[in-house]
Design a protein. Structure first.
Length: 170
């Protein structure tokens, strides 16, 4: 087996861990500000739980491979998420922009897990492959939910925005 492939696998697992830490931070910020979109808030809160499980799974395979997570990557991801969250707080159309950003981020995660699965398979790392396949299914499910529900969220936002009596932002 190619040692360079194993190094990539380890590096990309660390990246995935940092990516999930970023996702957790972004989702928590988004959920904390949603007031008038209960279905979106509930699905985001469900995905926060999934994301926590994904972090645990990744930490498990990272520990099993005698690796460590990257504090630098994790910290960078958290700072990025905080910046994104703060930026959304001031947008009058935060719910729509947040939904679009979440949809985009889910596809970023999907692409990363597909690369990880192929690399784990190449390296003969069946447990890492299994973990990444499980996480991939959850990310695909969230992306599909967003795809199916962003039109309704956008319509609800536009209706609330046109009303003088209803706050639309959150």
């Amino acid at each position: 087996m190619n040692e360079k492939a194993r190094e990539h696998l380890q590096d990309w697992l660390r990246d995935a861990h940092a990516m999930e830490k970023q996702a957790d931070q972004m989702l928590r910020g988004q959920a904390s500000r949603l007031e008038h979109y209960p279905e979106l808030k509930a699905r985001i809160e469900q995905h926060i739980q999934e994301t926590q499980g994904q972090i645990d799974l990744l930490e498990g395979v990272i520990d099993q491979a005698n690796m460590s997570t990257s504090a630098v990557k994790d910290m960078g991801a958290k700072f990025t998420a905080v910046g994104q969250s703060l930026g959304g707080m001031f947008a009058s159309d935060e719910v729509v922009k947040g939904g679009v950003a979440s949809y985009t981020f889910e596809h970023f995660e999907i692409a990363n897990y597909r690369a990880l699965i192929l690399t784990a398979e190449h390296c003969g790392e069946t447990e890492i492959m299994r973990v990444c396949e499980k996480i991939l299914k959850e990310e695909e499910a969230m992306a599909k939910w967003l795809e199916d529900n962003l039109p309704a969220v956008t319509r609800a936002f536009l209706a609330r925005d046109e009303s003088d009596d209803l706050p639309s932002k959150r």
